[in-house]
Design a binder for this molecule. Structure first.
Ligand SMILES: [Zn+2]
Length: 436
């Protein structure tokens, strides 16, 4: 089946950042088969969509999140040590397979409605998360968390690793889903387990995703115990020879950045500015990472850390914080920020077939309308996306050629139903959270 999208400002985000101010794009099944300036006569298609001057670009890629954590959103936002006071105890006592499933469906709906077409998830019951991704037809890296304590889905690390191996076996051939291993952090896993994770990654050619250089106490602990940074420690264990998606990296040193630049494996950084600054942890050295040619994508972190799951919030905060930190108004122009949120994110997650609007690529795309009050006038489409737009401007979304959002609504799901199901599964959790 062919779908034609016409009268759009196309930002291809290809290597040359080619754009077509009055353009069109043609999809056949899951692929883009034509893109360019509006011709005199348009090609025939079964479905024709008039974009009415909206901006068409590759889908946003959320490189770090925790879909199962919607129940935690807005809980203890301003409380110090929220992780140990709220998250770990509530997670272990009340997080169930059904709750993760309902939360993930809701989180995916929220992401789709904001134009996110692929993401990297790290949580528990990831087999369920993968099932939800499969049912909702989104592209995702799904990483099972490995942490040195009993969790809501495993009594110990051995059981977590066994669960993870089954996840890798079951999903490794799926066209949209990439199973992964997600050690929680360098300071929350034993060395033997960190080694077993590298072996597992090599055995299945599976990516590893992990929180690294996020906490100041993580840095102090490694300096005292090993006279090393956590990143240097992981490099010695072979992490940089694997496909490695490092989340946060707030406290990466210049020497760490050089290690990342020299890595044999495909390594990337998921920059989560909203979560990092809300928790007063710091601003990652993104200028220095980019200067060394390291791929940096944007991540929302979980709904309890970053609250919203859209990349418009992230794009705005990234520019504001990094321009201010570096006292440089010209740093990271809007075009570079849109690239981080789209094509660089796709590269970070190893999704080679998406991330730009080019003939032969899979059709993961988003149409941002320009009729709303905040979208006028537009001198530069990249600027409009970074500085003026928000998630409510997303009009339509396609993943792998399938339209999943139409006229700002989900095509196959009902948001009210998803919320009702989640709310019903949350009752015990909510009662306990109020007592905490
Ligand atoms: Zn996280």
């Amino acid at each position: 089946m062919k779908t034609l999208i016409k009268n759009v400002h196309v930002l291809t985000m290809d290597e040359h950042r080619q754009e077509y101010k009055n353009g069109y794009l043609l999809i056949e099944d899951e692929r883009i088969i034509a893109v360019g300036a509006m011709p005199e006569s348009l090609p025939a298609a079964e479905k024709v969509i008039d974009g009415a001057g909206g901006i068409l670009l590759p889908g946003f890629v959320n490189t770090h999140t925790h879909c199962g954590m919607i129940p935690f959103r807005s809980l203890g936002d301003d409380v110090p040590d929220r992780l140990r006071r709220f998250l770990f105890p509530l997670e272990n006592a009340y997080m169930t397979k059904d709750l993760v499933k309902a939360s993930s469906a809701y989180a995916i709906a929220e992401m789709l409605l904001s134009g996110v077409t692929s993401f990297c998830d790290m949580y528990y019951f990831e087999d369920e998360v993968a099932e939800v991704c499969h049912a909702m037809q989104v592209r995702a890296v799904v990483g099972e968390t490995i942490i040195d304590m009993p969790t809501c889905d495993s009594p110990n690390t051995q059981a977590s690793l066994a669960y993870c191996e089954k996840l890798l076996q079951k999903w490794q051939q799926h066209p949209l889903i990439k199973p992964a291993i997600a050690p929680h952090a360098p300071n929350t896993n034993k060395i033997a387990d960190l080694q077993a994770i590298v072996a597992l990654s090599q055995k299945y050619q599976a990516p590893i995703t992990m929180h690294v250089a996020e906490m100041d106490y993580e840095m102090t602990e490694f300096a005292e115990k090993y006279q090393q940074t956590p990143l240097a420690f992981l490099a010695d264990l072979g992490y940089l020879d694997c496909e490695f998606i490092l989340a946060h990296g707030i406290h990466l040193t210049q020497a760490d950045i050089e290690l990342l630049a020299a890595a044999k494996g495909q390594v990337s950084v998921a920059h989560c500015i909203a979560a990092n600054t809300k928790s007063a942890k710091g601003v990652a050295p993104v200028k220095e990472l980019v200067a060394q040619g390291i791929t940096v994508g944007l991540g929302t972190d979980g709904p309890s850390s970053g609250n919203t799951l859209d990349l418009f919030t992230q794009m705005r905060m990234v520019v504001n914080f990094h321009k201010t930190k570096n006292h440089d108004r010209a740093l990271f122009p809007a075009k570079e920020i849109v690239a981080m949120a789209t094509t660089n994110g796709a590269k970070a997650l190893g999704f080679k077939d998406v991330g730009s609007l080019e003939v032969g690529k899979k059709a993961d795309l988003v149409l941002v309308e320009t009729q709303s009050v905040n979208m006028f006038p537009i001198y530069d489409a990249y600027s409009a996306l970074v500085y003026s737009a928000n998630a409510s401007n997303v009009a339509a979304v396609w993943v792998n050629g399938q339209q999943l959002v139409k006229n700002k609504e989900l095509v196959h799901e009902n948001l009210t139903d998803l919320r009702a199901t989640l709310y019903q599964k949350m009752d015990k959790f909510v009662a306990a959270a109020r007592q905490q």
